[in-house]
Design a binder for this molecule. Sequence first.
Ligand SMILES: C[S@@+](CC[C@H](N)C(=O)[O-])C[C@H]1O[C@@H](n2cnc3c(N)ncnc32)[C@H](O)[C@@H]1O
Length: 261
Amino acid sequence: MGRDRPGSPAFRNLTPHYRFELRRIPVSCDTGLPEQEPSMDIDSLTSYTRQYWSEAKDTHVADPAYYQLAETQLRGIVERNLASGANVLDIGCGNGEYTRLLAARAQRVLAFDISDSLLAAARARCREFDNTFFLQADVANTKLAFGQQAHAVFCMGLFACLPDDAQVLRLLRDFADYLVNDGLLVLRESTMTGPQQYIRYASGHLGCYRNKQWLLESLRSTGFELQEEIPLKAQFEPFNDYLVLRKRRADQAGAAISDNR
Ligand SMILES: C[S@@+](CC[C@H](N)C(=O)[O-])C[C@H]1O[C@@H](n2cnc3c(N)ncnc32)[C@H](O)[C@@H]1O
């Protein structure tokens, strides 16, 4: 359908620097990084990305038009799905450019991120909102505890920063625990149609791009139902979409699991 596949000339031209599949590291260094690129295991990749993001001052690795489109689409998602009395979590909030949209609509927003610099930018961006609170935390070690469950969880661009599938699966379970029944989960994720790939950009950012079917199936089996899928980048892999999901009520989740046996 006109989509370029990894390995095609168009894909190679647009893909920064090098890529490899985790289970066969190193597979290729196709644009100039040394052949002896270290073959890193999951723990080393996780430490690498954690350090990269702890020190990060900028989240933008794509074209400015992409961020504009992401904002426009998020505005629509918020208008269609977020009630004004909602308690909201923004997980991996970055510099707060999208947290602002949530703060303007929700009753209360708790936003967290691993990077002090990005959090400082987010606090400054959201300073006029007294319903928004920021927290420095590593999602890998943080299970949030609060008196009330959340009505909505927004997690945009985070999974591509987490090399460990097991960590992503744990987070999905955490999100389900945080949310009320029928609660809203909004992801913005970059995925592949083929095997998972890791791409290291010139900035040092390591993008971890999972197979889309794997992600959708993981969401389904954690109890989330896909309501809407909004493509933001559908021309070249990794593709990027908003996934708008609802947490199934416990009785519905039980039925779906037994259907599957
Ligand atoms: C691609 S940026 C997206 C930021 C924001 N959600 C947005 O849509 O612009 C990913 C964010 O996840 C944060 N992050 C990465 N690893 C993290 C971790 N282990 N714990 C908490 N935040 C993390 C980064 O600091 C960064 O702000």
